[in-house]
Write a protein that binds this ligand. Structure first.
Ligand SMILES: Nc1ncnc2c1ncn2[C@@H]1O[C@H](COP(=O)(O)OP(=O)(O)O)[C@@H](O)[C@H]1O
Ligand SMILES: [Mg+2]
Length: 373
């Protein structure tokens, strides 16, 4: 049932919507009356709820295209109250992001079907994304799913789109396919800004990526501390083989870094001049950094291809550390900082278990994540 507050708060005339205005059209032609009809059914309590979280409730919406075709649509309705984490209840930003995804070549999210306002409330219509949320007890992640997740994360990282909220409730797994919903906090960053002076402050963040030569944030880091950390923790607590899953994850990440190496090397040809202009430095210096960045990605790909126990340990600790900083758990932050230092310090390099460049990059991540606010 839709929340009473929503229904009661909507002005109606004899049970009819006074008006329904289309603010953003989507990928299918849909008539204003079709939106109004879907909203009316929703208010009558005839819609199946698909899920709810801090800012919204989503229902299956009986939406029909102008030519009469039924659409597998979901309608997102604002959820009022102190639990909100987003002050904006208009879905304007999310609609813009959803509309941009196909243009950007990102297949991770639902298509936009339209954004409308009726009786002072905004409604976001989008494609239904089939599948279930990952859950360590009922729907655990496996190697194939982790690969599919990294496919999507790579596509977004390569196009400069950060989702920023990759928790299980915003991920849907359908067989071998993984997709994301809830792009209300997503933001693009222009790759040309990679080496601008503002880049350093941008990297002082929970989501900072591990490549010091290609400073930026990564959806991989976000997924690791918003979802994978808890998934692994709960699996381990239940006596399942979390270690095996970490190794699957790192092997899948090896492929991600292999692709990233090709991507950043390609930027040296396609974008070095623009990046240099934006940063006020010589194109030659930008090219050198991009080549170093490609080398670093290749090194990561090699380290994770057959992950050594030491690398698996450090990566697991980093996930926990990002999470502790995100949760502002001071004691845990300090404990993990020391444990990571011990696991990736000069000893690890001397013993030959981890490359020096990897250990230095880990130290940089610990420092930058620690400055996140
Ligand atoms: N396009 C969609 N297809 C299927 N389920 C969806 C879709 N969008 C959202 N959901 C479900 O509704 C829940 C709440 O939607 P979401 O956009 O994440 O709201 P919030 O902004 O409050 O986090 C999600 O966790 C998910 O279960
Ligand atoms: Mg959500």
């Amino acid at each position: 049932m839709p929340e009473r507050a929503l229904i009661d708060g909507m002005p109606r005339t004899h049970g009819e919507l006074r008006e329904c205005v289309v603010l953003d059209a989507g990928r299918e032609p849909v008539d204003e009356r079709a939106y109004a009809q879907a909203i009316r059914r929703l208010m009558q309590g005839d819609a199946v709820e698909l899920g709810r979280d801090h800012n919204a409730i989503c229902y299956r919406a009986g939406l029909v295209a102008t030519d009469g075709r039924p659409l597998a649509a979901v309608v997102k309705v604002p959820r009022m109250g102190p639990q909100r984490t987003n002050a904006d209840t208009s879905f304007a930003w999310e609609a813009r992001i959803l509309a941009s995804l196909p243009v950007a070549g990102i297949g991770a999210g639902p298509g936009l079907l339209g954004r409308v306002v009726a009786g002072g409330t905004h409604f976001l219509f989008m494609d239904e994304v089939p599948g279930r949320h990952p859950d360590p007890a009922t729907h655990p992640l496996d190697a194939q799913t982790l690969h599919a997740i990294l496919e999507q994360l790579y596509a977004m990282d390569a196009r400069g789109l950060m989702h920023y909220d990759l928790k299980p409730a915003n991920m849907l797994v359908d067989g071998t396919r993984v997709r994301f919903v809830d792009f209300e906090f997503a933001r693009y960053r222009d790759v040309l800004e990679t080496y601008t002076p503002a880049s350093e402050a941008f990297c002082a963040d929970y989501n900072v990526s591990g490549n010091p030569f290609f400073p930026g944030r990564s959806n991989v880091a976000n997924f690791e501390f918003r979802a994978l950390h808890f998934h692994l923790r709960d699996l381990a607590a239940a006596g399942a083989d979390a270690e095996a899953l970490i190794r699957h994850w790192l092997r899948a990440r090896s492929g991600y870094h292999r692709r990233m190496a090709v991507f950043v090397a390609g930027l040296a040809d396609s974008s070095a001049t623009g990046m240099a202009l934006a940063a006020g430095i010589a194109p030659g210096r930008v090219r050198d950094r991009l080549h170093a960045a490609a080398q670093h990605e290749t090194m990561l790909a090699d380290v994770f291809a057959q992950p050594h126990e030491a690398a698996a340990r450090v990566e697991r600790l980093l996930m926990a550390y990002r999470c502790a900083v995100f949760e502002r758990d001071a004691a845990e932050i300090e404990r993990l900082r020391q444990t990571i230092r011990a696991a990736s310090g000069p000893d690890a390099t001397r013993r030959g278990t981890l490359p020096g460049a990897y250990c230095q990059a880990v130290t940089r991540v610990v420092e930058l994540v620690g400055r996140s606010s």
